[in-house]
Design a protein around this ligand. Structure first.
Ligand code: CTP
Ligand code: MG
Length: 243
């Protein structure tokens, strides 16, 4: 039985603005994806990392990873497969590349390059102790409003608030999310045809299956690089680590 990490890295990064695919953008002079691969390989439990590249970019990503080899003590094997049009499809393609002896799977966004190894290990430990799905999570800083679903006709109108969920009962979830491999495979098989953007969260698909999902403490440095300001923060975190 082995633990593997699947890293969806096939997104374009529209919210980050024009440029290379988000996972290939530099952070402290090194592509974000390379940081994410190292963050997974830093866990002694992880012996395989499957990187899901942009659909037409697998060769480029393979070359990039070969240019940035893992250090001696992070000895994971790294595979690259082409991804799909949604995150859900990319994860499904990554899972399909896992060998039969993988029993625990992490799914980790390439866009969370700075997750500390202690968070990765906490997720793996909770799965090995029997939880079918484990998610790192943090309390929210902002209060959250629910709004009416938007139709095209409402463009430009103020949004109507329909509710305010109690903040203390909400959590912001991060990755890596950890799973019993069979449970995650079953979820991706059953919900393969979700419409539109598909699921943005693997644990949510396991919830739909009816299996329990548990949380472990997340970490501030596991934030997702989504908008330009996030890059500024990520550079600052890296600079602080290197100081
Ligand atoms: N992802 C993927 N395949 C897709 C879309 C997203 O593998 N078709 C990956 C991204 O590369 C990223 C992770 O899913 O590592 C989280 O997605 P997100 O932060 O939304 O990244 P992007 O989709 O690239 O960004 P945006 O939504 O702003 O375009
Ligand atoms: Mg996206």
């Amino acid at each position: 039985s082995r633990t593997a990490a699947v890293i969806p890295a096939a997104g374009r990064g529209v919210r980050l603005g024009p440029g290379a695919p988000k996972a290939l953008r530099a952070l402290g002079g090194t592509p974000m994806l390379v940081h994410a691969v190292r963050a997974m390989a830093a866990s002694r439990a992880v012996s395989l990392v499957v990187v899901v590249a942009p659909p037409d970019g697998a060769a480029e990503v393979r070359a990039l990873l070969d240019d940035h080899p893992l250090s001696g003590h992070d000895r994971a094997e790294v595979l690259v497969v082409p991804g799909g049009g949604t995150r859900q499809e990319s994860v499904r393609l990554g899972l399909a590349a896992l060998p039969a002896d993988v029993t625990t799977v992490l799914v980790h966004d390439a866009a969370r390059p700075l997750v500390p190894v202690d968070t990765v290990d906490a997720v793996i430990t909770a799965v090995r102790e029997g939880a079918p799905a484990v998610v790192p999570a943090l309390p929210l800083a902002d209060t959250v409003k629910q709004v009416e679903p938007r139709t095209g006709a409402a463009e430009g109108e103020p949004e109507l608030v329909t509710g305010t969920p109690e903040r203390a009962l909400l959590r912001a979830v991060q990755t890596p999310q950890g799973f019993d491999r069979r449970t995650l495979d079953a979820a991706h098989e059953k919900f393969a045809d979700l419409a539109g953007e598909g699921a943005t969260d693997d644990a949510g698909m396991v919830e739909r299956l009816g299996a329990p999902v548990v949380l472990v403490p997340g970490h501030e440095e596991a934030f997702k690089v989504t908008r330009p300001l996030d890059l500024v923060l990520a550079e600052a975190v890296l600079a602080r680590r290197r100081a």
